[in-house]
Design a protein around this ligand. Structure first.
Ligand SMILES: Cc1ncc(COP(=O)(O)O)c(C=O)c1O
Length: 425
């Protein structure tokens, strides 16, 4: 079986340009984007169609999105709904209950008027779950990571980041005006070099539990050996790993049995929790300080109580039912091994997030349209989010995918991506 071949774009889109080419190029008016941007965007309308599609239902394993102006049923390998909690009936029931009691918004910063008993309950529940003294909540995963890093670091400090770090962490370091150094992804020797260069400084090593583009775990054990040898501090962002990794769901640190070596843990509610927002948890003294110095906490409205109630229920369900985590991991292993046996390169992925590497922009968009038409929803990942030779689709497997969903997705890939890869070889 072969899919319909996709039409070539007819619009004169210049594939040699990318988002990276329009970061600078000031015009006289600060409201005007760099020269050529608008024309390039207009010429890329066909490529842009793959981005920001409207979902017409919940982010379940199968959903419906808008494509080409019409509803398109798809197998969803795009959403971060790893444990299926975004649309769990008990989560929805909890949210309904809170909506009736608290109304929609928190209507104020947590510092002044936005804190409710639900927020307090969630802070306590998270701190207890992760065996920490205290926790605080943010209304955005991105804002929370940025605010925490910016709140911790000073101008004379050094942020030493894995070179695949999420932009929220990098923006936090830039905002703090500290020096920002990078080490090669997951490479203890490179981290050792970076720390050796900055001896005598307050160094904060910043890592993630799972890297969101490559889908690989941080090599925590060996990186922490280096951190400790240099007496540096460490910060982990467990955005993609929290609740879905470790036998109790306590993230990559639990998975590698290194929780006791990491005093401050960041997580988001937008992935396995199926909601939105973020949190940081650790020593009471650190958290109490951040409550006053993380600007995205102090100067921003608290999470809506309806969302907090949903997160509380999601946390309870994930703790009570390890079955969903088990299904997630079985699905991930199955999908990755089957994709690999078709000849698809999934890079360094060893989790439920996997790149399906195409390596060339034009081909990625052509196949991307074909996949949408055939009913498979994967995320297009273009440069500069990844290096040009690693332009890919990103697939996220969840606990709610059935074997039939995964087999159908693999069939579609076999009909579309695989012949193209063979042609390239
Ligand atoms: C490592 C990491 N940190 C922070 C964030 C931001 O989280 P949110 O999407 O909840 O704002 C993301 C988002 O994907 C992420 O991958």
């Amino acid at each position: 079986m072969r899919g319909e071949s996709a039409p070539e774009p007819e619009n004169g889109f210049d594939a040699s340009l990318s988002l990276g080419d329009f970061v600078v190029g000031e015009r006289a008016d600060a409201l005007s984007p760099p020269a050529g941007w608008t024309e390039w965007r207009q010429s890329a309308a066909w490529e842009a169609q793959l981005y920001q599609p409207a979902m017409l239902q919940s982010a379940d394993a199968r959903t419906t999105i808008e494509y080409d102006g019409k509803p398109q049923p798809v197998i969803n390998l795009c959403s971060y709904n790893y444990l299926g909690l975004a649309n769990h009936p008990k989560v929805i029931e909890a949210a309904h209950g809170a909506l009736g009691k608290y109304g929609m918004g928190a209507c104020g910063s947590p510092m002044l008027s936005g804190m409710t008993d639900l927020h307090r309950k969630l802070e306590r529940a998270l701190a207890d779950f992760l065996g920490r003294e205290d926790a605080m909540l943010f209304n955005s995963g991105f804002g929370g990571a940025m605010g925490t890093i910016a709140g911790l670091l000073r101008k004379s400090d050094v942020a030493i980041m894995d070179n695949r770090s999420h932009l929220s962490l990098r923006d936090g370091a830039v905002l703090s005006r500290s020096r920002v150094d990078r080490f090669e992804h997951n490479d203890p020797a490179s981290l050792d070099e970076a720390l050796s260069r900055r001896q005598g400084k307050r160094n904060l090593v910043i890592v993630e539990g799972i890297y969101s583009m490559d889908g690989d775990f941080a090599t925590l054990d060996s990186l922490l050996d280096v951190v400790e040898a240099h007496d540096a501090s460490v910060f982990i962002d467990e955005a993609h790993s929290m609740l879905a990794c470790g036998s109790n769901g306590r993230g990559a640190a639990e998975h590698y049995d290194v929780e006791h070596r990491i005093p401050l843990v960041y997580g988001t509610f937008s992935k396995a929790f199926g909601a939105a927002g973020g949190f940081v948890t650790g020593a009471r003294e650190t958290i109490e300080y951040l409550r006053f110095y993380a600007h995205s906490y102090v100067y921003s409205c608290a999470l809506p109580p309806v969302v907090v109630a949903a997160i509380l229920k999601a946390l309870e369900l994930a703790q009570r039912d390890p079955g969903a985590r088990q299904r997630l991991w079985e699905n991930a292993e199955y999908f990755r091994s089957q994709a690999n046996s078709l000849g698809i390169d999934t890079g360094a992925s060893n989790t439920y997030i996997m790149p399906l590497i195409v390596g060339e922009r034009g081909r990625m968009y052509r196949i991307g349209h074909e996949l949408r038409r055939r009913g498979l929803w994967v995320a297009p990942v273009d440069y500069p989010a990844v290096p040009e030779d690693r332009i890919c689709f990103r697939a996220c497997v969840t606990a709610n995918h059935t074997r039939a969903d995964l087999d159908e997705a693999l069939n579609i890939l076999e009909d579309t991506l695989v012949p193209d890869l063979l042609q390239k070889a």
